[in-house]
Design a protein around this ligand. Structure first.
Ligand SMILES: NC(=O)c1ccc[n+]([C@@H]2O[C@H](COP(=O)([O-])OP(=O)(O)OC[C@H]3O[C@@H](n4cnc5c(N)ncnc54)[C@H](O)[C@@H]3O)[C@@H](O)[C@H]2O)c1
Length: 359
């Protein structure tokens, strides 16, 4: 296929991942990079050979980009995405899609109006153990998914929140553990269980006194398919322990994945501590496969840089989707469903009441 002329907006930590992943993706050609900080844009341009811009409008007018990949802080995703969509440029935006539903809706409306593709990064959908869990659920091997559980016991130190001025504040980040670290597994939970119908939740700040936002949250969900869900998510455990998504079915069988071991990696700062693995598999007659699956998961992860490789797979899907005129695997509506879920948890605590979806 003809490579999609692609521009990168945001030359920060996740921008480094995208620049490397784009270079490893023949379906994309990086033609421009944009950051409001000219030194960052210049450094990325020098490294990649793409043209540097500090203004997204100029970049959209001059670079001939057919797609943008957006890696700015989340409350700034919508501004860049709407501008690109209005210019007829496809948009792949980092998680969370935005910090508010109003931003998500502006992005979806702009994309619908010009007919461009809108995708949201959720690279863990490409992890081998996650794909195996998804295939088992889709094949009906656990019956109907009846109980979905997401648990994260991770850690972020004060230096993490001080590393960029936008982190850990309601106005410049829009939330804490629910908005920043949890969208990956919230997306997996919704992908495996289907849409949520009602949500109750609480959040707290357990041990980050210098930070305004949540470092811990719990929630219960009733899904549209009648299933139930539970969320415990935290970056207040030192050291980080693990992150898991487990799905239990009406047949009594359960499947699950440990997506992250220890603390979740920080882009450009830390690596992935251990390969993601299947950690639960009680499908009748297949129980003995668990050690084989774990060996395959570990071996698939050896030899790839997990912080880059799965981003590259999602970028590849997005670029092929453009050329094949089909939706990408993770759509704007999928991204919005994650924002709806964390918005409902905050709203539930504020109103001391369960929240009925859709919002
Ligand atoms: N998928 C993942 O695993 C993953 C990992 C890390 C971060 N992220 C997401 O990526 C986003 C950015 O995170 P980060 O850690 O890279 O932040 P960062 O602060 O390191 O980088 C953000 C960059 O955006 C630039 N910027 C700000 N406003 C801009 C504008 N209007 N136009 C162009 N550039 C602008 C900043 O100058 C900075 O260089 C967040 O939404 C975050 O949730 C995703």
């Amino acid at each position: 296929m003809t490579p999609v002329r692609t521009a990168l907006v945001g030359c920060g930590k996740v921008g480094q991942i995208h620049a490397t992943a784009l270079a490893a993706t023949p379906e994309a050609a990086l033609v421009a990079v944009c950051d409001t900080d000219p030194a960052r844009a210049g450094a990325f341009a020098a490294r990649t050979g793409a043209k540097a811009y500090t203004d997204i409008g100029a970049m959209l007018r001059e670079s001939g980009a057919e797609a943008v990949v957006i890696g700015t802080p989340h409350p700034l995703h919508a501004g860049a995405a709407v501008q690109a969509a209005k210019a007829g440029v496809h948009v792949l935006v980092e998680k969370p899609m935005a910090a508010t539903l109003a931003d998500c809706d502006a992005m979806l409306a702009a994309a619908a109006k010009t007919g461009v593709s809108l995708g949201v990064i959720s690279q863990r959908r490409w992890y081998e153990p996650v794909r195996r869990v998804k295939a088992a659920v889709d094949a009906g091997k656990i019956g109907r998914p009846a109980l979905g559980v997401f648990q994260m016991y991770s850690w972020r130190d004060p230096a993490y929140y001080q590393s960029d001025p936008w982190r850990g504040k309601w106005d410049s980040e829009g939330g804490g553990v629910l908005v920043n670290q949890s969208p990956h597994q919230l997306d997996l939970l919704l992908w495996l269980m289907g849409p949520a119908a009602e949500v109750s939740g609480y959040w707290a700040n357990v041990n980050h006194p210098g930070v305004e936002v949540d470092d811990t949250a719990v929630a219960t969900i009733r899904f549209r398919n009648g299933g139930l869900g539970a969320i415990v998510t935290s970056v207040a455990q030192k050291p980080g322990i693990y992150t898991k998504v487990h799905i239990h079915g009406t047949s009594g069988a359960s499947v699950g994945v440990e997506t992250d071991s220890g603390a979740t990696f920080i882009a450009g700062v830390s690596g992935i501590a251990a390969p993601p693995v299947i950690d639960l598999w009680t499908i009748a007659g297949e129980e003995h496969l668990l050690p084989e699956f774990q060996a395959a998961d570990r071996s698939a992860f050896t030899g790839v840089d997990g912080t880059i490789y799965y981003h590259a797979l999602q970028i590849q899907d997005f670029m092929r989707a453009i050329r094949e005129a089909r939706p990408p695997l993770v759509t704007g509506q999928d991204g919005r469903a994650v924002v709806e879920l964390f918005t409902a948890i905050y709203q539930s605590q504020r109103e001391r009441s369960p929240i009925v979806l859709p919002l």
